[in-house]
Design a binder for this molecule. Structure first.
Ligand code: HEC
Ligand code: HEC
Ligand code: HEC
Ligand code: HEC
Length: 472
């Protein structure tokens, strides 16, 4: 499978899930017995930003039938069938429990053989994301082959496992003992991005060389992916303990932190490969195009008003920059002009030299960080989602959809924002279902990276955003 096909599959899956969200029902999945381990594989040497520095106890320690391993979701406070949902093979929610096993599959073995790193299932280059990146001490029940286990996201549990279900335990108390406050958009984004973008630590980055060896490209949108893997119900009890999730802000914080992460990484020496920059940061198709040599020129690229770089240079992947420009104008107007100026300066600096690019990346990363803060703390308004959707298709933003990655990110954005309007009661389920066909046409325009046509995409996006706007 090519990277394009993999992404197509992912986008397709995302579409299916978003549709399913409207009709999400609780399915009592069979609680599979925990697979016995083949013993420890070697440590990854990776650390995660979620790591509390405390011990990791392993999935088995969460899986008791009176704990999170129930067959049905009949828990009083939490569902308690989280294990079964984490293991559910038919849904993206089960992906994390499969993450380790996938390393023994044919595709992984081919990747590993091409890279010359031996067995993928014991290679640090893979385990940093396909297993729990446990930094602290590992308890007797910790198994690498559990894949991306509970503690990969919720944090090493040694400090809180015995107290978090006790009468009188509070979320704040749990967090003080090392539980990760995943209800906070910034905390959640930091955790997911370690693997769904990468971190500067060893074993947590999919380089272009790994992709060229066959790894799917990685695309991520915090709110959509959160819905896809959710194993909890946001009921009144949850809201009382942790507050309601504001999906629009979750989306916006996810964009800002993804860009900040990419730019921070870009400044490190690991963002170079030999004499070349690390290609992962750049638009894939700017290099992977067909070449024609004939009398009448065939031009497959488009000039982009958001990027002052000369023709013939690979552009930095600006998927998050475009979304942030749209979001900032609406949700953080005080920072919007600075963000656009810093983005343009960064693109421009890439055409000069690495030192200028690093300085410009640092400024833009700071502005992205400021945006994440503004989005996370800003007040909610019912019209925010509508206003951002309108921005995405405005005459300033729409001409920036000249490349595949930015376009795919835009479709996920309007899907997420529409779902948020449904969740908040601003749009009815029926009305949203009524314009599903328009959203699906936009998804279809980014289904296959290799046959992506910018003009066709912008037209499909326009229909979808107009359909959403009509619900306002
Ligand atoms: C930075 C984290 C990261 C690293 C490092 C990483 N992966 Fe992945 N891998 C992912 C993510 C995230 C996905 C899912 C992509 C998606 O669907 O969006 C994935 C998907 C895959 C898939 C496709 C899985 C499927 O269900 O089709 C294979 C195969 C794979 N990785 C193998 C490897 C191998 C082999 C290595 C080591 C050479 C490796 N990965 C290193 C994060 C990583
Ligand atoms: C990929 C990351 C990830 C993994 C892996 C994961 N979770 Fe979660 N979990 C989340 C997120 C995100 C939430 C929702 C935010 C929150 O914690 O309130 C959540 C919510 C929960 C909740 C509900 C919390 C509440 O206050 O209502 C429970 C219980 C839970 N997870 C248990 C588990 C167990 C048990 C496992 C392992 C079998 C697991 N999780 C694996 C990310 C993850
Ligand atoms: C320790 C690494 C790690 C962390 C942390 C992590 N993931 Fe993942 N995630 C993966 C890997 C690896 C895969 C691909 C597994 C496979 O397909 O075999 C994946 C797959 C997924 C998928 C399925 C994607 C698809 O195309 O079907 C979703 C959804 C997802 N992750 C959401 C999240 C969210 C939301 C968070 C943060 C709360 C998160 N993940 C945190 C490693 C991680
Ligand atoms: C700056 C140029 C450049 C960029 C940007 C770039 N690549 Fe590449 N890519 C290359 C080169 C050079 C090769 C090696 C070609 C060869 O070996 O003949 C390659 C090889 C590949 C291959 C292997 C192709 C094959 O036929 O085996 C894949 C897959 C790939 N790249 C995916 C990607 C993805 C995904 C991205 C974006 C995240 C990307 N590339 C971005 C230049 C680039």
């Amino acid at each position: 499978m090519t990277a394009g096909e993999a992404n197509k599959q992912r986008v397709r899956r995302a579409t299916g899930i978003a549709v399913a969200l409207f009709t999400l029902a609780c399915v009592a999945a069979l609680c599979l017995a925990l697979l016995g381990g083949f013993g420890e594989t070697r440590a990854t040497g990776a650390t995660a930003s979620n790591a509390s520095g405390r011990g990791f106890t392993g999935v088995a320690s969460c899986a008791g039938s009176t704990c999170h391993g129930r067959m049905v979701a009949d828990g009083k406070i939490v569902r308690q069938d989280e294990l079964a949902r984490w293991q559910e093979p038919s849904t993206p929610g089960g992906a994390h429990s499969r993450a380790f096993n996938i390393l023994s599959g044919q595709r992984s073995q081919q990747i590993a053989a091409t890279l010359g790193i031996g067995n993928a299932a014991s290679a640090g280059e893979c385990l940093g994301c396909h297993a729990t990146p446990a930094t602290g001490e590992r308890g007797a029940r910790f198994l690498t082959n559990d894949g991306v286990g509970c503690e990969a996201c919720h944090g090493g549990a040694a400090g809180w496992i015995s107290s978090h279900y006790a009468v009188g335990a509070t979320h704040a108390g749990n967090v003080a003992r090392g539980m990760v406050p995943l209800e906070k958009p910034t905390a959640r984004a930091a955790v997911c991005l370690d693997c769904h973008f990468g971190s500067a630590r060893p074993g947590q980055f999919v380089t272009h060389r790994i992709m060229a060896a066959g790894h799917p490209r990685i695309s991520f949108e915090l709110d959509l992916f959160s819905s896809m893997q959710a194993h909890h119900d946001e009921d009144a009890d949850y809201a009382a303990r942790k507050g309601r999730t504001d999906s629009v802000r979750m989306w916006a914080v996810g964009q800002a932190m993804a860009l900040e992460r990419a730019l921070s990484f870009y400044q490190t020496p690991r963002a170079t490969e030999g004499v070349f920059p690390e290609f992962t940061f750049f638009d894939c198709h700017s290099c992977h195009r067909r070449i024609t040599d004939q009398e009448s020129r065939v031009k497959t690229w488009e000039a982009n008003p958001g990027r002052p770089i000369p023709a013939g240079m690979p552009p930095f992947n600006d998927e998050n920059m475009i979304m942030l420009s749209a979001a900032a104008k609406v949700a953080a107007p005080a920072l919007a002009a600075r963000f656009d100026a810093d983005s343009r300066a960064f693109h421009g600096a890439l055409a000069k030299d690495r030192a200028s690019a690093i300085a410009a990346a640092s400024r833009l990363a700071q502005t992205s960080g400021a945006l994440a803060g503004a989005f996370a703390s800003g007040a909610s308004s019912a019209d925010l989602g509508f206003a951002i959707v309108a921005q995405i298709d405005s005459s300033v933003i729409a001409p920036r959809f000249t490349d595949y990655a930015g376009s795919a990110q835009a479709v996920m954005a309007i899907d997420t924002l529409l779902n948020a309007m449904v969740k908040s009661g601003r749009v009815t389920v029926g009305a949203a279902a009524g314009i599903r066909a328009d959203i699906n046409r936009a998804y279809a325009a980014v289904k296959d990276a290799n046959s992506y046509r910018p003009a066709d995409f912008r037209s499909a996006l326009g229909s979808a955003t107009r359909a959403i706007g009509a619900l306002r």
